[in-house]
Design a protein around this ligand. Structure first.
Ligand SMILES: [Zn+2]
Length: 120
């Protein structure tokens, strides 16, 4: 599943109401595609911590157009499971990063292309 509207339609089938009720939550999960237009964008929000962040942003529950309260966490879990088949942790994503020198604070020396540690 890819487009937020498809996730929202799935939410309406699962929790009732209309797709529009859920679209802001699904749009939020996939907004990171603006930073990187392939599947790797999911590393920013498609994990357990992302689901809890969605709950902080949207509240514990939303009222759908049927008048029912739907937990935001359930909507987030549905989104991540539909995309990934499971709910990873942020650590699952972060451990896949290939470390680079600049990531731990060493600067690349432009003249020699070697690295040089800060002595300050
Ligand atoms: Zn997604």
């Amino acid at each position: 599943m890819a487009h937020p509207l498809k996730h929202a339609q799935s939410s309406a089938r699962k929790f009732g109401g209309r797709a529009e009720d859920y679209l802001p939550i699904h749009n939020w999960f996939d907004e990171s595609k603006a930073f990187l237009a392939d599947f790797r964008h999911r590393a920013l929000r498609h994990h357990a911590e992302g689901i809890f962040l969605a709950e902080k942003l949207f509240g514990v529950a939303i009222a759908n157009s049927d008048g029912n309260q739907v937990p935001v966490r359930y909507v987030g879990e549905q989104h991540v499971k539909e995309d990934l088949g499971r709910i990873p942790t942020a650590q699952d994503w972060l451990l896949q990063i290939k470390p680079q020198r600049w990531m731990y604070g060493q600067r690349l020396d432009k003249e020699t292309t070697s690295t040089k540690e800060e002595l300050v």
